[in-house]
Design a protein around this ligand. Sequence first.
Ligand code: CTP
Length: 403
Amino acid sequence: MLQNKRILLIVSGGIAAYKCLELIRRLREHGAAVRCVLTKAATEFVTPLSLSALSGDRVYGDLFSLTDEHEMGHIQLSRDADLLVVVPATANILARMAQGIADDVATTVLLATDKKVMVAPSMNVRMWEHAATTANLSVLRQRDIQVLGPNSGDMACGEFGEGRMVEPDEILRAIQDHFLDDGRLTGLKALVTSGPTYEPIDPVRYIANRSSGKQGHAIATALAGMGAETTLVTGPTQQRNPSGVDVISIETAREMLKACENALPTDIAVCAAAVSDWRAEESADKKIKKEGDPPSLSLTENPDILRTLSNAGNDRPQLVVGFAAETGDVIAKAVPKRERKGCDWIVANDVSTGTDTFGGDTNQVHLITATSTESWPEMSKQDVAVALARKIADQFNRPAAAE
Ligand code: CTP
């Protein structure tokens, strides 16, 4: 199933670099074409000659080599690949990737690419646990870079702990999984809402909530990654616009509804936004001054976007998925919510204080349909998004590529 897939393997200078030899062999056995880029430090651990012999291609590594640039420029290297995999990914290359530093072929290609990137970290446990590495990883994950492992175990430096690179088999499986979903939703249109809404009180104040938009944006990324023509309608967030997605930025619930209605018809709608239930009945044109008694705020209900889409008659997307943010008794509250809203599925999660759901990087959800409730383990929001997109592809009878 990796037939005709082009993998660009970026090898950085860690002791686990020798494992990339086995990985190249396995990838080629499965039909993939492998091309390698080595950092300078990597050449201390593996030789260009052995990588070239195994990959059956030349190996790239010198940014200022006229011959290399003439034969294959660094931009072309990333254009020609279907997937980039950094094996092993040292603390150093992860830091350079997070900072956008491009000072050798490896990091220049990584900065220039718009293709999916996976990294397999490998380092000493203390380097892995260092706040700088944690922060770099968090930045990379936000950019949809898939992090494989690391595992824990005995290390080459004599210590024990997390930081051991995952085995070539696990990397191979992740690569196969990636291509399994390739194009599964091609030909379908999807609409996703994400983030909070801001409801103005006056020109400087507004009503909002703690939604980060991480889950909604990850869902749009996953659907687009599987080939759906995806529109993301989002309230104000710090999230990067997912590539290949039509992003419409709004502030209020009423603007979100209008943008969603304009995006119809679609086959799929996923409402992950934390829409403010209420808005100020009247928002002041001028800043409300402090003099006198505190003003009272009169609220009125906002339109319910999920309910509107679920009841859109001929325009109703074939599959409408809502979210249920609950504090306690999650499933018991979400089951009737699905019926009330008229959507097909509800993804229910616990947003109680201390769960880290709002704003955090992980989510533990229950997928509730008309006939079943599935409780998923706690996963990264990206993994929840991919799992949901796979369920959607199954629902549309879009089989995964044959293994
Ligand atoms: N939702 C929406 N428009 C609204 C309110 C909510 O589209 N005005 C959507 C959310 O995007 C989510 C689902 O409805 O998919 C449920 O949101 P939630 O806040 O859990 O439920 P509410 O309807 O607000 O009910 P309650 O706050 O009473 O739990």
